[in-house]
Design a protein around this ligand. Structure first.
Ligand code: SDX
Length: 433
């Protein structure tokens, strides 16, 4: 599409300026306000960044009205059906689907990096056994910069590449170790003969006393969950990783920052909060009480797993996840799962309710994922760590893209100051009089 020169005219405080309008390959145009303050002496104001593009990116595109999610242009539904997680990792990192040789080489490189430095085992010992696995992951992933000094120089493309491979390969191992530590079981080493998702399930559920066979259907379901969570434009945790990376912080510290941000219940922590909410509701006859609370402005309760800043139609990931929930529960012979029954009835009722229709609130990626993970045997405390494992490739892809962006500079937002104007110090003896 030929780009036409477009500008926006802004008149403010008696000044009129022309601002360039940037055009995307798809999606809304963006007004380039970089010279706004120097030319007009004003800031823009957008807490929560509802109308602000923080960067340009070629990795993931979301159309919230169409319910569309594209990884490097490929629809998530097609990837979830035809691809697998490591192929999606390659696509997000390098921009194209790999050839058979490229895929084999990438998978081999990831496999060869799945073990962590043996000394890291002792790092876990400092945590209480009942630590939330996300707390452990924030600490241990951040500590990777203390073990892998040869991949912390962000100015070296080779070290950036090694850090990316190490992160994608080792974060599942660390997440599985965090889980094992929390239940007092010994760490299970990765196995090079298993694929990525099967290896993760093995590290979580195997014990040294007997063989553990990963069911291929469950490995496939886990792999699909990882694909669905791999990247999602400039969400809160990705923006955290970019902001941390903009100061030149090492990649392990940046990903640890992303994990910390993801933990919040408004973001990745919603999958744990959603399952706990569904359990608290307990039965379909209690749904109206919770719908009422979700609509009550004076009640802080929100339907966890519902709503999204961008999707104002359905979340395409939730649709795939809902189908997968049926498959996994059926595979495991779990009939009439009360949590799934409550979830489906809650979705049905909410989507007919004017409040949710008017505010365009639909189930998001976190609404059904917990049901699958619980059925697989994971405690709710492992739901967000699994989201973090899956999103690591998105974070590191966006981090790499930011570092190679020639316009990149340290992120430093301004503010609308509403505090005191200048005033003089008051000596202690004069105060309170
Ligand atoms: C993820 O950004 C991403 O891409 C995130 C993510 C990713 O892949 O990285 O998709 C992953 O974080 C998914 C979202 C998981 N969070 C939840 O499920 C928590 C519950 N949802 C909400 O807290 C909320 O919907 C957010 C945080 C997801 C979105 O919040 P916004 O965009 O700031 O919307 P808002 O809070 O301004 O809500 C708009 C209106 C409000 O009512 P009014 O003030 O206009 O009267 O909708 C209401 C809200 O009160 N509302 C809800 C609701 N979500 C929004 N009311 C009841 N239940 C809800 N879940």
């Amino acid at each position: 599409m030929d780009k036409v020169n477009k500008t926006a005219t802004l008149s403010v405080n008696g000044k009129t300026i022309e601002l360039p309008v940037l055009q995307p390959t798809v999606g809304p145009d963006a007004i380039d306000i970089r010279k706004l303050y120097s030319e007009a002496g004003v800031f823009t104001y957008d807490p929560g960044f509802t109308s602000t593009a923080s960067c340009d990116s070629a990795i993931t595109y979301i159309d919230g009205d169409k319910g569309e999610l594209l990884y490097r242009g490929y629809p998530i539904e097609q990837l979830a059906e035809k691809s697998h997680y490591l192929e999606v990792c390659y696509l997000l990192l390098y921009g194209e689907l790999p050839t058979p040789e490229q895929l084999a080489d990438f998978e081999e490189r990831i496999t060869r990096h799945t073990m962590v430095h043996e000394q890291m085992h002792y790092f876990f010992r400092g945590f209480r056994r009942d630590s939330h696995p996300m707390a452990t992951m924030v600490g241990v992933v951040g500590a990777m910069s203390a073990f892998y000094h040869d991949s912390t120089d962000i100015s070296d493309p080779w070290q950036r590449e090694v850090a990316a491979i190490r992160m994608i390969a080792k974060v599942p191992t660390i997440a599985a170790m965090a889980y094992k530590y929390s239940i007092g079981q010994p760490f299970i080493y990765p196995r090079n003969d298993l694929d990525y998702a099967a290896n993760f399930l093995h590290m979580c559920f195997a014990v040294p006393c007997e063989p553990y066979i990963v069911r291929p259907e469950l490995a496939r379901a886990m792999d699909r969950i990882m694909m669905l969570h791999a990247d999602h434009e400039q969400n809160a945790s990705t923006s955290t990783v970019r902001l941390a990376g903009s100061s030149g912080a090492n990649p392990f510290a940046c990903i640890a920052a992303g994990i910390a941000c993801l933990w919040g219940p408004a973001h990745g922590g919603a999958n744990q909060a959603c399952l706990e909410m569904l359990r608290e509701i307990g039965s379909v006859d209690r749904i109206p009480e919770y719908i009422k609370r979700a609509k009550d402005k004076n009640d802080p309760f929100r339907l966890m797993g519902f709503g999204h800043r961008v999707y104002k139609n359905f979340d395409p990931r939730a649709k795939v996840m809902k189908e997968s929930a049926d498959e996994v529960l059926d595979l495991l012979g779990i009939k009439n799962n009360p949590t799934l029954q409550v979830a489906k009835e809650l979705e049905r009722i909410a989507l007919q309710d004017d409040y949710f229709i008017e505010k365009k609130l639909y189930p998001n990626v976190d609404f059904y994922s917990g049901i699958i993970l619980e059925a697989m045997g994971f405690p709710t405390s492992m739901f967000t760590p699994i989201f973090a494992v899956s999103r690591t490739v998105g974070w590191i892809s966006q981090w790499k893209e930011m570092l190679t962006d020639p316009t990149q500079k340290i992120g430093r937002p301004r503010q609308l100051y509403i505090g005191h104007t200048r005033r003089d110090y008051v000596d202690l003896e004069q105060r309170g009089s």
